[in-house]
Design a binder for this molecule. Structure first.
Ligand code: GLV
Length: 329
């Protein structure tokens, strides 16, 4: 019997690709950049499975272009805001994702950004390389203390909770906001619930860990930056469009907040002429929070497991739209 056909939209870690190769005939997009949309349209029309990344636009049009043979879409990421889930569900296509395995790597990176922003690590490195280090300076490159400060967590899901654990080691006061209050975690983790406005007013550091949705799009705009402390530091390792970049520029430029550290931006990659890149009080990294070797390997193997299960007609171990199973039953 011939093997199922699979399109993989980028070269992923070998461990995952090898698993897919044992189960399917695999066509891997070799480009450094994602395949163009018209390539996706052409491929999805004929394959049995698609293994994609968060850089691929899997919208309603693409899902409608899928052939009758398409059994599964497996995304190598925990987030899936690039995929039109209702459209996939209507067509009975299960969507896989990779939760859990990147939680610690992402929380570590959020913490790295928090510390780097507070203690101006990137600026300090540039200062040294540019030849400005003349002597030990009593007021050189000062930043705020992290220990004992107040941390606001927006979104107390898996990654938000993992950041809380790191903050506990720094004796921080931790407040959180989430659409779902979590009384079960409040005592256990020593976190206090707050409205978003109070969290912004009280926090020295605000770290975003919510999903991107219609409700969270530009959740951070002029009003929110106005509420933050002038010494406040914003960290975003979630999704770029949660923060309005024009409002952020104005807040950083006009001293409404002190600093920002972003691993994600509204458009990715950020345009070379984006005004945010002119600011000194911002760190911008290229969406690498989950980029530990271990996390990326586990994401690839988990994406392969979801894909292979879908090809066999089995339930995906991690399915974001399990309602497809009851619809088809
Ligand atoms: C990364 O941003 C992911 O969603 O896995």
């Amino acid at each position: 019997m011939s093997k199922p056909q699979v399109f993989v939209t980028r070269i992923i870690p070998d461990e995952g690709l090898e698993m897919v190769r044992t189960a399917a005939d695999v066509d891997v997009w070799q480009g450094e950049l994602p395949p163009p949309y018209d390539v996706l349209v052409e491929k999805i029309a004929s394959v049995d499975g698609l293994l994609c990344l968060l850089t691929d636009t899997i919208d309603r049009g693409l899902i409608h272009a899928a052939g009758e043979s398409l059994k599964v879409i497996s995304q190598m990421a925990v987030g899936y805001d690039n995929i039109d889930i209702p459209a996939a569900t209507e067509r009975g296509i299960p969507i896989g994702n990779t939760p859990g395995v990147l939680t610690d790597a992402t929380a570590d990176f959020a913490w790295a950004l928090l510390m780097a922003a507070a203690r101006r690590v990137v600026e300090a490195d540039k200062f040294t390389r540019d030849g400005h280090w003349k002597t030990w300076g009593p007021t050189l490159l000062l930043g705020p203390d992290i220990a004992g400060a107040t941390l606001g967590i927006v979104g107390l899901g898996r990654i938000g909770q993992a950041v809380v654990k790191r903050a506990q080691g720094f004796q921080m006061r931790i407040v959180y906001h989430d659409i779902q209050r979590r009384p079960d975690l409040e005592e256990k983790m020593g976190v206090e619930f707050a409205s978003l406005d109070s969290l912004l007013q009280e926090s020295d550091f605000v770290s975003i860990h919510t999903v991107l949705s219609d409700e969270t799009h530009h959740l951070f705009g002029d009003k929110q930056f106005e509420l933050m402390k002038p010494s406040g530091i914003l960290i975003n390792t979630a999704r770029g469009p949660i923060v309005d970049p024009i409002a952020l520029y104005s807040a950083l430029h006009n001293g409404k907040i002190a600093y920002a550290a972003l691993d994600v931006t509204e458009s990715e990659p950020i345009h070379a002429d984006d005004p945010l890149l002119e600011l000194e009080n911002i760190i911008i990294t290229p969406h690498i929070a989950s980029a530990s070797k271990q996390a990326r390997t586990k994401m690839a193997t988990m994406a392969a497991e979801n894909l292979i299960a879908g090809l066999k007609g089995e339930d995906l171990p991690n399915c974001v739209n399990p309602e497809v199973y009851s619809l088809s039953a």
